[in-house]
Design a protein around this ligand. Structure first.
Ligand code: DC
Length: 208
């Protein structure tokens, strides 16, 4: 069974995808991490993330970069969003994601274009979303506990900017496809969101 989990930043899609993978015993790929690695590699190489050639060259990043803790930072998330607008970058990462999805037994992938471009044939498509306020609040709490000095307003502005770029780009924009199940987690706890996602999968999964 292939489960596609798409949604904007801080919507809870990563938490849900990880939990679904554990629940169903499936491998999980956080595809955002690939774009983050490209963004980070451009930076390390002194390139320009808005320049298609620089960004494409960075898709050749070393596998060890995927373990770099800096990949999880907000700054790298912003770079990832910028490199991801280039069609050549998306094309370079496509096969890797499709091969992961095509493993025997299936997989869970989360990102922005999993149900629309990477595996439109996925048996289950979830579009996880939440209000900007709820997402900013979550990020703010995470960053506060990590001792980072940021304001809620800055985070909300950053999320709004990132949403606009991810949903407004020409190449594989963030959209909920017609056959996706939309899960709004604004007022849900992580456990409630996970239970709701499992309920959707149970409804869609091929009967044995
Ligand atoms: O999910 P994330 O915040 O780690 O993703 C970082 C950026 O990568 C996001 O702003 C857009 C891009 N991305 C994408 O374009 N397509 C994906 N499948 C996953 C991420």
């Amino acid at each position: 069974m292939i489960i596609a989990v798409d949604g904007p930043t801080a919507s809870g899609k990563g938490t849900i995808a990880k939990a679904l993978a554990a629940h169903y015993g499936l491998p999980h790929l956080d595809t955002g991490l690939l774009y983050r690695a490209v963004g980070r590699q451009v930076q390390l190489a002194g390139g320009d993330p808005d320049h298609a050639d620089d960004a494409l060259a960075a898709t050749d990043f070393a596998e060890t970069l995927l373990a770099d803790p800096e990949l999880r930072s907000e700054a790298t998330g912003g770079l990832a969003s910028r490199v991801s607008v280039h069609p050549a970058v998306r094309a370079a990462l496509l096969e890797r994601q499709r091969a992961f999805a095509g493993q025997p037994g299936g997989a869970v992938l989360d990102g922005r274009d999993i149900g629309s471009v990477i595996v439109p044939e996925a048996q289950v498509k979830l579009f996880v979303t939440a209000s900007v306020e709820a997402r900013a609040e979550r990020r703010f709490r995470e960053m506060q506990s990590a001792g980072r000095a940021v304001t809620l307003e800055e985070i909300a502005a950053d999320i709004t900017r990132r949403d606009a770029r991810d949903a407004g780009r020409d190449a594989a924009p963030l959209i909920a496809v017609a056959d996706a199940h939309v899960l709004d987690t604004s007022t849900m706890s992580p456990q409630e969101a996970i239970s709701a996602a499992i309920a959707v999968v149970e409804d869609c999964r091929p009967q044995a």
